[in-house]
Write a protein that binds this ligand. Structure first.
Ligand code: SF4
Length: 251
């Protein structure tokens, strides 16, 4: 993606992610600084052990083979940027000027690249309600500045934190976000969707349907994510009238 010139905000935006994220900007923090991510990852698992566990019919935590934990072992520029994002986003609320500067940068990038999509969290997750509130306010600022033209997908395994922050959000903001923001509940275990009870609870709290994203051990009839090109697909960025279930195959 082309990065807007002279518009560097306090928060770093990833414009150059490859693979399925090509042409989609992302605002993210580091999983290494997130206690929930660190607990799920533990000591990680080798690919051999991970695949053997799946072959035995087990359902290991997807985080045991977290691509971000691996990428953040050697990509020095990325480590620095994500650490700085974590330091700010999880520790204090952005002020209005900071929020709108970032939203303006994202809106400019969207126009420059003809990309109507934005992803929140691709290398980590929300760590606390401060970070969740920053994302809610950023989503609102982006929605206002883009006239609702940017569709935002926010991936999380920490939906209880998100709901707590949402409860504290003004209804005017929540109403706007129900049109532009898609929450993607990321299932923690291979082959097992987020529980029906949790999905219904989140949807009733947010007042909108969510997407449930699950990684399966093998391809099957329910596989509906090719994991190649989110820009071409846009399924996770598109608002639906009811819960959408997405299934990707482990890589
Ligand atoms: S379903 Fe589409 S938008 Fe969602 S992760 Fe897969 S390729 Fe990307």
């Amino acid at each position: 993606m082309t990065r807007p010139e002279n518009m560097q905000s306090l928060i770093h935006v990833s414009y150059d992610m490859g693979g399925k994220m090509k042409n989609i900007p992302s605002v993210s923090t580091s999983c290494k600084n997130n206690p929930f991510c660190a607990a799920r990852y533990g000591d990680g698992m080798s690919k051999k052990d991970f695949m053997a566990s799946i072959e035995r019919g087990e359902h290991p935590l997807i985080c045991k083979r977290c691509f971000a934990m691996m990428a953040l072992s050697y990509k020095l520029g990325l480590i620095k940027n994500l650490n700085e994002n974590s330091d700010v986003l999880a520790n204090r609320l952005l002020d209005t000027e900071e929020l709108f500067k970032l939203a303006f940068e994202l809106t400019e990038a969207s126009e420059l690249n003809n990309s109507p999509l934005l992803r929140l969290e691709s290398f980590g997750d929300i760590a606390n309600e401060t970070q969740a509130t920053n994302y809610i306010k950023l989503s609102f600022a982006v929605t206002v500045l883009s006239g609702g033209n940017i569709r935002i997908a926010w991936w999380t395994k920490n939906w209880r934190i998100l709901v707590n922050a949402w409860r504290e959000t003004d209804e005017v903001i929540r109403k706007h976000l129900r049109e532009s923001l898609n929450i993607v509940l990321s299932s923690p275990h291979i082959g097992i969707e987020v529980s029906e009870e949790d999905v219904r609870w989140v949807e009733s709290e947010l007042g909108m349907p969510v997407t449930v994203f699950t990684v399966d051990g093998k391809e099957s009839e329910r596989t509906n994510c090719g994991a190649r090109d989110c820009f071409g697909c846009q399924r996770c960025y598109t608002k639906k009238a009811e819960t959408e279930y997405v299934y990707e195959v482990v890589k």
